[in-house]
Design a protein around this ligand. Structure first.
Ligand code: ADP
Ligand code: TRP
Length: 331
C-alpha cells in the first residue's frame, strides 16, 4: 500500500459515539501514522439531508477538531473540506454525462428510500432530491479527482466505491485511459461495541456514549449502563458485562486482566465497576478532550489546517479537471 494513494471522506454528522470512533475513525487515524492520505470532511454530502448551513458548518468544525485532537497525523495527511475545492463541482458535472441512470437506481441509499416509500404506499420518489439520487456521482468525483488507488470505507459504503470504479471504466472506455480504478478497502472488523443497554451502540437506540464530552456527562452516561441484579459479593461473568466489554477497549492488557479477576472473584459491586470504567475512559480521553475544546474555541485554527490541506488538494484536482476538460471538450 506504500506508494498507493489512499483517500477517504468523513460525513460531518454530530459528535461521534464510542462505537463510531472505534469502528470507523480510529482506523483512519492509525492509518495516517504511516501512509500518505487524502482525507476530507464531506460537507457537500450532507446537503441532501441537512438544509441548514449553520449546522453543517458546526459539524464540520466538530469532526475536524475531533480528528486532530485524537491524533490525526497532519504531516502525512492532506486534510481538507470537500466544498473548498471548486474542481469537485466541475468533475461531478462531467461524470454525470457518462453515468447511466440505471446505476443510480441500484444505489443502496436510494433503494432504501424507494422501499420505505413503497411500504408507506406513497410515490416511490417521495422525499428523494437529486442530491440523494446522484450522491454516488459526487462520491465518484471525490475519489477520481485525486487519483485514488485505495479507499478505506465501512461496509455500507463499499457499493459507492464500486460505482466510482464503474464510472471510471465508462469514462476510460469512451475517452481513453484517464482514471485509475479505485479499490474499496473494508477495515478489520472491530466487533460490535455494546451501548448502555447492552445492544449495539447506535444513535437509533439512544444508548450511546459520546466520544468527547464533559466528564460529568460521561460519568452520568456510564452510571446508566444496565446490569443484572447481582449483589456486590457475588462473582460476576466479565464476558457478559457491558461495563467490562467497554473497559477492554480503553485499558491495557494488565488492567484488563486485573478487572477480569475482580469480576470473577466477587466482592465488587457494579457501582464500583462503573466508577473504574469512568475513571479509565476519562483519563484516556482527558487530553484529546482539552485539545478538542481548545480547537473549537479557535475555529480560525481549524480553518487554517483545512485551508493548508485544500491548497495541496487543489494542485492535484486542477490537473485532473484540466485533463478531463481536454478529453471531453477539447479545451
Ligand atoms: P449509528 O448506528 O449510531 O447510526 P452509523 O451507522 O452512522 O452509526 O455508523 C457509522 C460507522 O461507525 C459504521 O460504519 C461502523 O463502522 C461504526 N460503528 C457504529 N456503531 C458501531 C458499534 N456499535 N460498534 C462498532 N462500530 C460501530
Ligand atoms: N459517503 C461516505 C459516508 O457516508 C463519505 C464519503 C464521501 C466518502 N465521499 C467519499 C468516503 C469518498 C470515501 C471516499 O460515510
Amino acid at each position: 500500500m506504500d506508494d498507493k494513494i489512499v483517500l477517504t471522506g468523513i460525513k460531518p454528522t454530530g459528535m461521534p459515539h464510542i462505537g463510531n470512533y472505534l469502528g470507523a475513525l480510529k482506523p483512519l487515524i492509525e492509518m495516517s501514522q504511516n501512509h500518505k492520505t487524502f482525507m476530507f470532511i464531506a460537507d457537500l454530502h450532507a446537503l441532501n439531508a441537512v438544509h441548514n448551513a449553520k449546522e453543517i458548518k458546526q459539524h464540520t468544525y466538530e469532526i475536524a477538531a475531533l480528528m486532530v485532537a485524537m491524533g490525526l497525523n497532519l504531516e502525512n495527511t492532506v486534510f481538507f473540506r470537500q466544498s473548498d475545492i471548486n474542481e469537485i463541482y466541475q468533475l461531478t458535472e462531467f461524470l454525470m454525462n457518462v453515468t447511466p441512470k440505471g446505476l443510480m437506481n441500484r444505489a443502496h441509499s436510494y433503494k432504501a428510500m424507494v422501499e420505505k416509500n413503497t411500504e408507506a404506499g406513497v410515490d416511490i420518489d417521495s422525499g428523494v432530491n437529486m442530491g440523494l439520487y446522484t450522491y454516488p456521482v459526487l462520491m465518484a468525483a471525490d475519489i477520481l479527482l485525486y487519483n485514488s488507488d485505495i479507499v478505506p470505507v465501512g461496509k455500507d459504503q463499499k457499493q459507492h466505491v464500486e460505482f466510482a470504479r464503474d464510472i471510471a471504466g465508462y469514462f476510460n472506455n469512451i475517452y481513453g485511459e484517464t482514471f485509475k480504478l479505485p479499490e474499496p478497502v473494508i477495515g478489520e472488523d472491530c466487533g460490535i461495541i455494546p451501548g448502555l443497554d447492552g445492544r449495539k451502540m447506535s444513535k437509533s437506540y439512544d444508548n450511546t456514549i459520546p466520544l468527547l464530552c464533559p466528564s460529568a456527562e460521561l460519568k452520568k452516561k456510564i452510571m446508566r449502563i444496565i446490569t443484572d441484579s447481582k449483589t456486590p459479593e457475588e462473582p460476576k461473568n466479565p464476558d457478559e458485562s457491558t461495563i467490562f466489554q467497554i473497559y477492554k477497549l480503553f485499558a491495557n492488557n494488565d488492567e484488563v486482566a486485573a478487572l477480569r479477576k475482580r469480576f470473577l472473584n466477587g466482592g465488587m459491586g457494579y457501582g464500583e465497576a462503573k466508577t473504574i470504567l469512568f475513571e479509565k475512559i476519562n483519563s484516556v480521553l482527558e487530553k484529546p478532550r482539552m485539545e478538542y475544546e481548545r480547537l473549537m474555541a479557535n475555529p480560525i485554527e481549524i480553518d487554517a489546517i483545512l485551508e493548508k490541506g485544500a491548497e495541496c488538494a487543489r494542485i492535484v484536482a486542477s490537473r485532473m479537471v484540466a485533463k478531463v476538460k481536454k478529453k471531453m471538450l477539447g479545451l
